[in-house]
Design a binder for this molecule. Sequence first.
Ligand code: PHE
Length: 487
Amino acid sequence: MASSGQPRIQWLGRWGFMLAATGSAVGLGNIWKFPYITGEYGGGAFVLVYLACILAVGVPVMMTEIAFGRRGRGSPIDAIRRVVNESGRSSMWSLIGWMAMLCGFMVLSFYVVVAGWSFSYLWKMLTGGLAGTSVDEMAAVFGANNANPITLGGWSTLVTLLTMIIVGKGVQEGIEKSVSWMMPGLVLMLVLLIGFGMFSGGFGDAVDFLFSFKAGSLSSEGMLAALGHAFFTLSLASGAILTYGSYLPKDASIGRTTLSVAVADTVVALMAGLAIFPVIFANGMDPGEGPGLLFMSLPLAFQAMPLGTLFGALFFLMLSMAALTSSISMVEATVSWLCDNKGMSRKSASWATGIVLWLISTLAMLSFNLGADWTLAGKNFFDWLDYLTSRWMMPLGGLGMVLLAGFVLKSETFRDELGLAPLPYTLWLAMVRYVSPLGILVIFVDALGLYQVSFAAHWPVLLALLVLVAVVGEAISPRLRQALSAR
Ligand code: PHE
């Protein structure tokens, strides 16, 4: 039981944390998921809402999460409980931690399947299994790759095993080192692909698709997807960032660290979009192709460029590494909770988690072959895991955390833990109290169909609502005024 007496292991300074957090944030979410959902929800408007959600919700939630972790020095459940107890509030709030831990676990259950695709494409690159030159041929390769549950399951099992072995070895070893060469490598590959895309004939269309904002082109579903993706891509409300934060040394600046991680993450996602969409438009592919988008498009580019096999193999190697540095962060919460509360060693906690994970991920993997028809409301098991986690659990968990930090806890707690100057602190407080919760709520209200919000038409009303709530909120609670007068 390492919870109380012993000091918790710490990262090798701020840099170590930053590498690990960036490793967690940058992954399949940026390179696989972002392009394909952008394609599904029609491009520019989705991208704009996603960027707004990163700024208005993602960044404040991430700071809050890291601060919870460092203050409470434990898994999400333990850390949140300690922090609320410190303010004399009910331990019930640690339910947010339970949900986060469950969420990380659920995400990993489908994430290993996608990571398995990446590993199998690496293998195909090396062994010449990606020789097609047309979109149809690539679609056939992707389909065949999914059709056999034994091979597909083999790849996801490999990812599960690698994840649990790395996690079993401990938090510092390996993670920091691998991120420090994998990240620049990945960015280099993306630069190469973007350069190639510039001459492919589809670049103009891609830029137009990604960055031209067509008002009214985004559905309520798309807004919720953009919000959920902001959480997913920054690894929020799923235990990962909070648990990593619990290893962060006291002297590191949470604000600066968060900003660097968020910027790196966003840049990689936009680069991935700029790498993939030119290939899609140049080959007349449908941007709304779905989860196979990356795997059907990029191999075409690699086929067409000089030294394509080498670059393709390097790309899928980097992508697989990026997936691993994310997947290990998703179970860190569960493993650290088992170690602290159940007296397990890291190794046995990892194996125990790994076995359950393997069972659930196998079900998710079957969604692409034997279990394709096991659907509920039109979604298979894989879709449900994705849908429940990023559309509902993450935004709800984030909402709980910002409300907790903004209104419920003693003001000293976060002022002290974040260590910000008065102005940035005030800004953070205004965000966690009003901007982030209202943003999340409005998108929920819209998605549930309770009231249809047209953002393009209603923004003055929404702004007025924000100001009104903030004024009333501040009249009730004196903290924001205190923060201002502390200058
Ligand atoms: N942020 C990771 C990615 O974009 C996914 C992730 C989600 C990691 C939740 C940890 C927790 O790939």
